[in-house]
Design a protein around this ligand. Structure first.
Ligand code: GLN
Length: 207
């Protein structure tokens, strides 16, 4: 299993560490050449979305990544990565991949209270300790978007088709469960020709 981790800016090293810890291969995507071999999954890390978006365009990587996501490549996006996927941003004129039908608010918790930790249930996993760093949250989501976690009634984790987006940083600390869920969905998707059938199965068991 090869997972491409966008590595132009931000917290990519921690995601690489998680992927390796789970026994998969992590490929850092830094320049167009790194996109010549399409990976089995993609991680968009936290960082600064404006910088990441600009670098992706300046380096000439934007269109390929957008096409991969549109074509159904499984994506795990965290924090700034969620901003890159969002169809609209309520407090920013910029738009990036626009593949996730949600409205996201950047730096949504304010600058002073921008970083905090919360523990909340995550669909299919159980309670997760979540680290928020100047985090965005989802203000509005298309009905087709599945909500995976909320904190104080704010949506902080969603799944839509091939995309999982999180407001928080699952790569911080030693809890590998969210990365494991993502990797598991890649292998199940490969076998069955569908992505994220793992979570679908889980869900039907719960209901
Ligand atoms: N505030 C950042 C942004 O708007 C996101 C923060 C993060 O990724 N930790 O891009």
């Amino acid at each position: 299993m090869r997972v491409g981790v966008l590595a132009v800016q931000g917290a990519f090293a921690e995601h690489v560490r998680m992927v390796k810890k789970l026994g998969a291969t992590a490929v850092e995507l830094r320049r167009p050449d790194d996109l010549s071999d399409k990976p089995d999954g993609l991680i968009l890390p936290g960082g600064e979305s404006t910088v990441q978006g600009k670098l992706l365009r300046d380096l000439g990587m934007f269109a390929t990544l957008q096409q991969w996501i549109r074509d159904g490549l499984p994506v795990l996006a965290t924090c700034a990565g969620m901003i890159l996927l969002a169809r609209t941003l309520s407090n920013d004129r910029q738009r990036y991949f626009c593949t996730l039908p949600v409205q996201v608010r950047r730096n949504a918790y304010g600058r002073q209270l921008g970083s905090f930790i919360a523990t909340a249930p995550f669909q299919g996993i159980g309670n997760v300790r979540m680290t928020f760093i100047r985090a965005p949250y989802i203000e509005k989501a298309d009905p087709a978007v599945k909500i995976l976690a909320t904190v104080n009634e704010r949506i902080v984790a969603v799944r839509y088709r091939n995309q999982i987006a999180l407001s928080f940083h699952p790569e911080v600390g030693e809890d590998t469960r969210i990365h494991a869920l993502f990797l598991q969905s890649l292998s199940t998707g490969k076998e069955q020709g569908t992505v994220f059938s793992f979570s679908e199965k889980k869900r039907s068991k719960e209901t």
